[in-house]
Design a protein around this ligand. Structure first.
Ligand code: IYT
Ligand code: CU
Ligand code: CU
Length: 351
């Protein structure tokens, strides 16, 4: 960050960095230069156009809901067009290296013309002491292509959850492109109501269908990219599916939307391919509940979804035993009670 001053706890500030448009840049590692004393999280976006022409602007999901009067910087989205996440940091995480021979390709003829750094400020201590902030990321870059290319595939839903109910937000898409993807990291994102998000490769048909977990994590834990546990390869004809289990204890309906009081159901899959050809269609979206469930798709055999899909995993991907899941509400046990009900609900959709 170019010496910014945050004025509110939970400010999201952005700055853009123009990529070389004449030749491509290859990024192989991300070295954080930040501490959790100042920054709650950092996201690095690739944008075709940045959200603003300003050097620093107020960005992020919540910023539009705030009154902008007391802000140092103008409010704008992170990207004006063509956005993708390429790195996420939180909780004093160490340097991240991509797997051997894998790099993100940016600039040149790619759609990523700008990198935008987004920092979420957790407190104002250093600003009150008269200091400015320079939190950021140091990238390892090269102009030499690596043999493997990194990309990010995003699954998300719309929809809503009624008050005092459990709901599962689901999205699934068939991979139509001739491609072989190797997922190596995943990231889950939801707001306050998310209990667990999981992602799957779905291969085969009918009784022979297999759902293989790509990643599963509570979105209440730091939302970085974490390495996948098993080696899964995704090919043309496979489906990629994601499910987000939420519980709404509030007395009002909560919809998918962009503020902190809305919800989101996101599953990010970071993958590599041999060569240069990434997935063209890198977002999979569904209308979410109550309009869409996996059961609406004839190609998905919901009996094959692993039982664990809707369960909060043990540490490191879930909270430690006894730890509250959602800001002090102890309803972890509902998970187990509610799942059979949910699955029965599913059977309505089987033809
Ligand atoms: C409505 C929703 O789910 N928004 C998500 C996913 C999203 C990511 C990107 C939507 C768009 C994007 O270009 I990249 I359009 C969302 O805003 N997720 C937040 C981000 O601020 C990226 C997150 O932390 O995952
Ligand atoms: Cu944060
Ligand atoms: Cu969000």
């Amino acid at each position: 960050m170019p010496d910014v001053v945050a004025t509110h706890v939970d400010d999201y500030l952005c700055t853009a960095y123009a990529m070389d448009q004449d030749k491509a840049t290859y990024i192989t590692s991300f070295n954080p230069s930040a501490t959790s004393n100042d920054a709650h999280h950092i996201l690095l976006f690739g944008c075709t156009e940045p959200g603003s022409q300003e050097k620093i602007w107020n960005c992020g999901e919540m910023s539009f809901a705030d009154d902008s009067s007391a802000q140092n910087y103008k409010s704008a989205p992170t990207c004006a067009s063509g956005s993708s996440i390429i790195y996420a940091w939180a909780l004093d995480a160490e340097k991240t290296e991509l797997p051997q021979d894998v790099a993100f390709k940016l600039g040149g003829s790619t759609p990523i013309k700008y990198l935008v750094l987004q920092v979420h400020y957790a407190n104002l201590d250093k600003f009150k002491a008269g200091e400015t902030d320079r939190s950021g990321l140091i990238l390892t870059k090269s102009s030499t292509p690596t043999p493997k290319r990194a990309g990010v595939f995003l699954l998300l839903t719309g929809g809503y959850i009624q008050s005092n109910t459990e709901e599962v937000f689901e999205a699934a898409c068939r991979i139509d492109q001739d491609i072989e993807m190797h997922p190596f990291a995943f990231r889950t994102h939801a707001h306050k109501l998310g209990l667990v998000n999981s992602g799957y490769r779905v291969r085969g048909e009918g009784d022979d269908q297999e759902w293989t977990e790509i990643g599963r994590r509570s979105p209440q834990l730091p939302q970085m990219f974490y390495p996948t546990q098993n080696d899964v390869t995704i090919k043309q004809g496979d489906y990629v599916a994601a499910a987000c289990t939420m519980y709404n204890l509030q007395s009002h309906i909560v919809r998918i939307g962009s503020t902190g009081n809305d919800e989101m159901c996101n599953f990010y899959m970071m993958y590599w391919v041999d060569g240069d050809q990434l997935l063209q269609n890198d977002v999979c979206s569904s209308s979410g509940p109550p309009r869409y469930y996996f059961g609406h798709d004839r190609d998905l055999n919901v009996d094959k979804i692993p039982e664990t899909a809707f369960r909060v995993p043990p540490p490191p991907n879930g909270p430690a035993p006894g730890e509250p899941l959602l800001g002090g509400h102890h309803h972890m046990t509902m998970q187990h009670k509610a799942n059979p009900r949910k699955r029965q609900h599913r059977y309505q959709y089987i033809f």
